[in-house]
Design a binder for this molecule. Structure first.
Ligand code: GLU
Length: 281
C-alpha cells in the first residue's frame, strides 16, 4: 500500500496533522508499503518556506521518514496544464467570471432560505455554462469550471472503496448526486491556474498512491476526485477518511491553534509516544 500525507505549509502542524500523518504512516508500514510526503503549496499567497521547513522538522521528530525529493505542488503546473488541456479538448471545461457575490445572488431564490451547498460552498447555479462546448485554445488566467452534465455523458457508474473507521464499503456515486449536490466544480482559478481538486487527483496518480488517507471533512470532495480520475484515465485509489481531532470544546483544530502545535509540545518536553497517546493512537 502506498499512502501519503499532504499538508499545506500555511501554519504550524498541530495534533490533527500528527494524527493524519500517523494514520498514513501506520497503514503503509502495516502492509510493508510506502509512506510519501507531498507539500500542497499551490496557494502561494498563503504558503511559506518557513512553515515547510517546520513540517519536515516536526515529522522527523515524530519518527516519520519518506523518500526524497518531496513532491511540491508549486513545481507541478505542467502536469496540471496537461490535465486541463485534455479536459478542455474534450469540451468539458468552460470559463466562468462570476464573483462569489454573483453566485450567491443567482443561487438564492427569494423566500427559500439558504441556497444549497456542496463540497465547495454554494452550488454553482450555472450562469456561465455554455450550451455548446467553447472552441479555440484553452484560456489562461481564467477560472475554468467542469461541465458536470456533459462530463457524466461519457461515464458509466462511479464508485470507490472506503476503509476509514473500520469500514470496508463500496460507495456508489450517482449522477443525481454530482449534478444536484456538487455542481460544476472550479478546476483552475484565475490566480492559481489549478485547484485543490485537480492537483490532488493528478498528484495522487503521479505518486502512485493506492490508499488516500485524510480527514473526514474531505470525504464530500471524493466524488469529484473519482469523477476526475475517470475523465483523466487515472487509477482510482481506495479512500480512508479518518476522524478529526477536536479541542476540549469539541471544535476542529485549526492552523492558528498554536497551543496544540507539535513544536510546542516538543518544547514542553513531550515525546512522540506522548503525542500518539494524546490523539488516541
Ligand atoms: N492539503 C490538504 C490539507 O492540508 C489535504 C489534501 C488531501 O489529503 O486530499 O488539508
Amino acid at each position: 500500500m502506498i499512502t501519503r500525507f499532504a499538508p499545506s505549509p500555511t501554519g504550524p502542524l498541530h495534533l490533527g496533522h500528527a494524527f493524519a500523518a500517523f494514520v498514513a504512516w501506520d497503514l503503509a508500514k502495516a502492509g510493508g508499503g510506502q509512506f510519501l510526503l507531498r507539500i500542497e503549496d499551490i496557494d502561494r499567497s498563503r504558503a511559506g518556506d518557513a512553515w515547510e521547513r517546520q513540517i519536515y522538522e516536526d515529522l522527523k521528530w515524530l519518527g516519520l521518514s519518506w523518500p526524497e525529493p518531496v513532491m511540491r505542488q508549486s513545481e507541478r503546473q505542467p502536469a496540471y496544464d496537461a490535465a486541463l488541456d485534455r479536459l478542455w479538448a474534450e469540451g468539458l471545461l468552460y470559463p466562468c467570471d462570476c464573483s462569489r457575490r454573483d453566485i450567491l445572488e443567482a443561487a438564492s431564490a427569494p423566500q427559500e432560505g439558504a441556497p444549497p451547498h456542496g463540497p465547495d460552498g454554494v452550488i454553482y447555479p450555472g450562469t456561465c455554462r455554455p450550451v455548446a462546448p467553447p472552441s479555440g485554445p484553452r484560456p489562461r488566467e481564467a477560472t475554468l469550471r467542469l461541465d458536470m452534465r456533459r462530463a457524466l455523458k461519457s461515464l458509466s457508474r462511479l464508485s470507490y472503496l472506503e476503509t476509514g473507521d473500520g469500514r470496508h464499503e463500496r460507495i456508489e456515486i450517482t449522477d443525481a448526486h454530482l449534478i444536484e449536490e456538487v455542481g460544476d466544480p472550479v478546476l483552475a482559478r484565475r490566480d492559481m491556474a489549478t485547484s485543490y481538486h485537480l492537483s490532488v487527483v493528478v498528484d495522487d496518480a503521479a505518486q502512485g498512491i493506492t490508499c488516500v488517507t485524510r480527514g473526514a471533512d474531505l470525504a464530500p470532495a471524493t466524488a469529484i476526485h473519482v469523477l476526475l480520475q475517470h475523465l483523466l484515465g487515472l487509477p482510482v485509489p481506495s479512500y480512508h477518511h479518518h476522524r478529526l481531532i477536536r479541542d476540549d470544546e469539541g471544535k476542529r483544530l485549526a492552523k492558528r491553534d498554536d497551543a496544540r502545535a507539535i513544536a510546542r509540545y516538543r518544547d514542553d518536553g513531550l515525546s512522540p509516544a506522548d503525542i500518539r497517546a494524546k490523539i488516541g493512537l
